[in-house]
Design a binder for this molecule. Structure first.
Ligand code: NAP
Length: 246
């Protein structure tokens, strides 16, 4: 159980982040629901958590902005006293072949997916070191392990997340802070819903378990990595991908 823990989940207004927020709240954590554009959806997540008897607060922050992340994390520490769990989930895609990709599309994906995680770790890790405990969970992707045509920017950001996870695990482990990554495969969310039916069918053929995953599969992995039971696990990449990357 996560009773009394303060958990920050970035990009928790929709999709996987929302499922993680609901799951951590169900386990007893007070959840800081971060969003960037979808305020109504973030408020709905807070309402759902409270309706189920849990505790939540909503904070807007664009994770790609270094200064704003500093303010966000210090506001959370001032208002809630500590940070026990940090889930870096916020992420975007801007797919395209490398030979046609604009610099803006490359930078936007790296700034959100990779630098976003650096920013929150940069500001939250000091507090976790002080507490001599903490759990950091970074959302990678199977694509960061295997690569994917048409996703050079996204694959680079997710491979970067894996390197960042391992470096942070080495820096923070001596004070009881664990850092792990989850690498989902194809999960049914807004991010994958607009894929053409043909691409979905071809993708499903690459999945040994034969179908797309659900957000609850990723949320369960995050709840485990956030729990006491995972205290001896750090620097790992847990693939929740129906067997795609093995
Ligand atoms: P999604 O449904 O598109 O949701 C993305 C979330 O990220 C939203 O809550 C969005 O918030 C937030 N976000 C985007 N830019 C942000 C920013 N600059 N600052 C703060 N929040 C921001 O995506 P998803 O499928 O749930 O994916 C969640 C994570 O899992 C991502 O890191 C993604 O790369 C990873 N992943 C997904 C899959 C998949 O198949 N779905 C597979 C592997 C990895 P607002 O709407 O409020 O802006």
């Amino acid at each position: 159980m996560l009773t009394g823990k303060i958990a920050v989940v970035t990009g928790a207004s929709r999709g996987i982040g929302k499922a993680i927020a609901l799951k951590l709240a169900e386990e007893g954590a007070t959840v800081i629901v971060n969003y960037n554009g979808s305020e109504d959806k973030a408020l709905e997540v807070k309402r759902e958590i409270e309706k189920a008897g849990g505790r939540a607060a909503v904070y807007r922050c664009d994770v790609s902005d270094f200064e704003k992340c500093g303010t966000f994390i210090s506001d959370v520490i001032r208002e809630h006293g500590r940070i026990d769990i940090l889930v870096n989930n916020a992420g975007i895609t801007r797919d395209g072949l490398l030979m046609k990709m604009s610099e803006e599309d490359f930078d936007k994906v790296l700034d959100t997916n990779l630098k976003g995680a650096f920013h929150t770790i940069r500001f939250a890790s000091r507090q976790m070191l002080k507490q001599r405990s903490g759990r950091i969970i970074n959302m990678a992707s199977v694509v960061g392990v295997t690569g994917n045509a048409g996703q050079g920017n996204y694959a680079a950001s997710k491979a970067g997340i894996i390197g960042l996870t391992k470096a942070a695990a080495r820096e923070l482990s001596s004070r009881g802070v664990t850092v792990n990554a989850i690498a989902p495969g194809f999960i049914e969310t807004d991010m994958t819903k607009d894929l053409p039916e043909k691409v979905k069918e071809a993708s499903a053929l690459q999945i040994p378990l034969g179908k797309f995953g659900q957000v609850r599969h990723v949320a369960a992995a995050a709840a485990f990595l956030a729990s006491e039971d995972a205290e001896y696990i750090t620097g790992q990449v847990l693939c929740v991908d129906g067997g795609m990357a093995m």
